[in-house]
Design a protein around this ligand. Structure first.
Ligand code: NDP
Length: 396
């Protein structure tokens, strides 16, 4: 990392302001976050304390605020951690304030973009992101970015491009690197030139990055959305678009003994398949389906995915119990692949694409610190603007 442009900084004060979630406030994000004064976390070996300039808003904050599907505070306490509050936030930009023992490559004063994957033996160059013992900072761990100071490992720090403002730098890493790993991390199903790729929630954070990454690889991005504004955003990024509001077969599969319901489902999912062909202008099915929408869409994803193709999922926005018709999976030798965030090296590769202007962070809206609950409420209600949102914390 480049030498620090700043002089050595003063030690962190003992306490800081943080937008904190507590067990008794679990529920809609608007009321779950509250700004409180809490201790600045202690910096241990390989760790770095970062003064947060801006933080990214994403679903991790929603799941943390609602306490569902996991009560994170109780879960962490069962593992021996004492804090009875949670500071969420899995994306940020900021300035390195304090460096613990055994940290190479990162210096006090560095301007950094943070990535959220924590792996026991990782370095900045690690290409693996095995989920064994891994954790997502700001979700499974405390001391995330919705505070004046955040605690991370040195390898989570990436040089912030000087050309980017704090808010843009803070908003894209979690969603962008997740899409990068989904599209490049699962050979032989990596996106290739000419591949049609179906992208659910194309105007969302993961979706916006996926459209741009597919285009960069020479593939054909096809985005699914639910509003005209989101359709326009996806077209601007270069995707063909389908409005899911034009179809009605979402959610669990019908009972196979109910022939009529089954025929209706098949007719509708085939109509969706035809809409894919119409949108891309040829009779080809998606070689990769980029999933994160979950129970509402997984049966359709598995049906429309091409033979020998892959449905790759990183989430379950609409619910995590989803139906699978196994016949579509084995008869057409399709692959259903789970995918979780990205390796440090993939984060660096994504950042390089952002720096080159190939991937736009798609910052749509910036909020002030006290508006963290409102920003997450928009996501919770699926009313947020296309792209990614950021919170201004220390940035002027
Ligand atoms: P966004 O809210 O930015 O985008 C999600 C999109 O999903 C929305 O734009 C919406 O698009 C779409 N959506 C919502 N409900 C449905 C539905 N019922 N059917 C189809 N589409 C729906 O979220 P992100 O892109 O930031 O994250 C998406 C998911 O991925 C989240 O569940 C998140 O937790 C997960 N995730 C997982 C990561 C990991 O490492 N495992 C990392 C990052 C995200 P529209 O209504 O326009 O169709």
């Amino acid at each position: 990392m480049a030498p620090s442009p700043l002089p050595a900084l003063a030690p962190a004060p003992g306490r800081m302001r943080a937008a904190v979630i507590r067990r008794e406030r679990y529920g809609p994000p608007r009321d779950a976050f509250r700004i409180e004064e809490v201790p600045v976390p202690e910096v241990g070996p390989r760790q770095v304390l970062v003064k947060v300039k801006a933080a990214g808003v994403n679903y991790n904050g929603v799941w943390a605020a609602t306490g569902a599907p996991v009560d994170l505070i109780s879960w962490r306490q069962r593992r021996g951690q004492r804090e009875d509050y949670h500071t969420a936030g899995s994306d940020a930009s900021g300035i390195v304030w304090q460096v613990g023992p055994d940290v190479d490559d990162v210096r006090v004063g560095d301007a950094v973009v943070l990535s959220c994957g924590q792996y026991p033996t990782a370095s900045q160059h690690s290409t693996k992101c095995s989920t064994a013992h891994s954790e997502i900072w700001g979700y499974e761990t405390n001391h995330g970015s919705f505070a004046e100071f955040a605690l991370v490992y040195g390898y989570q720090c990436h040089s912030k491009p000087g050309t980017m403002n704090w808010e843009s730098a803070a908003c894209f890493m979690l969603t962008g690197a997740t899409a990068y790993h989904q599209l490049h991390g699962w050979p032989p199903h990596v996106v290739r030139s000419g591949d049609p790729v179906l992208i659910w929630g194309g105007a969302g954070g993961v979706g916006s990055a996926a459209i741009q990454l597919v285009r960069h690889a020479g593939g054909i991005p096809l985005a699914v959305v639910s509003t005209k504004e989101r359709a326009e955003h996806c077209r601007r990024l270069g995707a063909a678009v389908i409005d899911r509001g034009d179809f009605s077969h979402w959610g669990p599969l019908p009972n196979p003994d109910n022939a009529r319901a089954w025929d209706e489902w098949l007719a509708e999912v085939r109509r969706f398949g035809t809409a894919i062909w119409d949108a891309i202008g040829e009779r080809r099915s998606p070689r990769i389906v980029l999933e994160h929408s979950g129970s509402a869409t997984l049966p359709t994803s598995l049906y429309v995915c091409d033979s020998d193709g892959m449905v790759v999922t990183c989430g379950a926005t609409s619910g995590y119990i989803a139906d699978i018709d196994l016949r579509f999976l084995w008869m057409r030798q399709k692959r259903l692949q789970g995918s979780h965030f990205a390796s440090p090296a993939e984060c660096t590769e994504l950042l390089a694409l952002v720096l080159e202007g190939i991937v736009d962070p798609c910052l749509s809206r910036t909020f002030d610190f006290h508006e963290i609950g409102e920003a997450h409420q928009l996501i919770y209600e699926n009313r947020h603007p296309p792209g990614n949102m950021a919170i201004r914390i220390g940035a002027a």
